[in-house]
Design a protein around this ligand. Structure first.
Ligand code: ADE
Ligand code: ZN
Length: 332
């Protein structure tokens, strides 16, 4: 049965809704880009990089994540990064992906918005043409920065509305509440962007409430802290607001001490619209199939549970309804 479920996971068409493209930078590519761009990185080899990937919380990860992102300079770099992830999608049978990017992490180093968006978008177009993989791009605001800086990149995004479906909120959560970005999100909505936000990864349930009420989000990224607040759970179920859960990420960042203690199954049983995603797979030990397989084994998820998780990801995607139904029918 275990093998049967693992095979099902590998072969079924899947969607991914929570994936930071910068978080797919594998150490091998990091070295290649560092050399190409003559950028210093503080590691001698791949083993040394991997042994540095021991995190005690979100912030300890983000320090390394932003540091490593500094090797990304040219349009070709962003293309190569995205293309490498799309090859993983093909391998994992991910047929639709909605990816985050963090422009402020690059613009502040002198890389232009156009270089970033064109590099990413050209790789996505090529994967659509060659592999039939569909995709959406979501631009994230860095919540440790001020709202003004967010307005600057929102103005850039407005010029590229044809490529960007929505805006999100990521980076250091605790101490950077959603209400810091209420005006920015209102402006983004006025401009026609959909909104999502990281909340309840490490932060309290109140941040999830504020994302729903102030930022008008269509999805909550992570949201695993919601079980601390019964009223919030009721609201999330009533409105069927999707929670893009990332199990291996949560263990790597010590949100849960062990995958066996992850609350994904409890959330699923309560009727929350949850699904599995990989977040920053180059840092957290695996891409989507790995996340699904390890979570299935740790939580004893049944075939029906896996099916529900995968159907939830298509339902919660920003695909149009016809396309969503087409994939859901295929899975059933
Ligand atoms: N940026 C990249 N990965 C992130 C995560 N898991 N939480 C918040 N910001 C992030
Ligand atoms: Zn994330």
């Amino acid at each position: 049965m275990r093998n049967q479920i693992s095979n099902f996971i590998k072969n079924v068409p899947k969607a991914e809704l929570h994936l930071h493209i910068e978080g797919t930078l594998e150490p091998e590519l990091m070295f290649k880009l560092a050399k190409r761009n003559n950028i210093f990185i503080p590691y001698k080899n791949v083993e040394e990089v991997k042994s540095a990937y021991k995190f005690k919380n979100l912030d300890s990860f983000l320090d390394i994540y932003y540091q490593s992102s500094k090797v990304l300079i040219t349009e070709e770099d962003f293309f190569d990064l995205t293309w490498a992830y799309l090859l993983k999608c093909k391998e994992d049978n991910i047929v639709h992906t909605e990816i985050f990017f963090d422009p402020q992490a690059h613009i502040d180093r002198g890389v232009s918005f156009e270089i970033i968006i064109n590099g990413i978008n050209n790789a996505l177009k090529k994967a659509n043409f060659e592999f039939g993989i569909s995709s959406k791009i979501i631009m994230c605001f860095l919540r440790h920065l001020e709202e003004d800086s967010g307005f600057n990149v929102l103005n850039d995004a407005i010029k590229h509305k044809d490529k960007i479906i929505g805006v999100g909120l990521d980076s250091s959560e605790i101490g950077n509440p959603p209400k810091k970005f209420e005006k920015l999100f209102n402006k983004a909505i006025e401009e026609g962007f959909l909104t999502v936000a990281h909340a309840g990864e490490e932060g309290p349930p109140e941040y999830i409430w504020d994302c729903i009420n102030l930022l008008k989000v269509k999805r909550i990224d992570h949201g695993v802290q919601c079980l601390k607040d019964d009223k919030l759970v009721e609201e999330l179920i009533k409105k069927q607001i999707p929670l893009t859960v990332c199990p291996l990420s949560n263990v790597k960042l010590c949100v849960f001490d062990n995958l066996k203690n992850h609350n994904l199954k409890k959330m699923l049983i309560r009727g929350l619209r949850v699904m599995v995603n990989s977040d920053d797979p180059a840092y957290f030990g695996g891409y989507l199939n790995q996340n699904l397989i390890e979570t299935h084994l740790a939580l004893n998820l049944k075939l029906e549970d896996i099916k529900n998780l995968i159907i939830n990801s298509f339902k919660s995607s920003f695909l149009d309804d016809d396309k969503k139904n087409e994939w859901i029918e295929k899975i059933n």
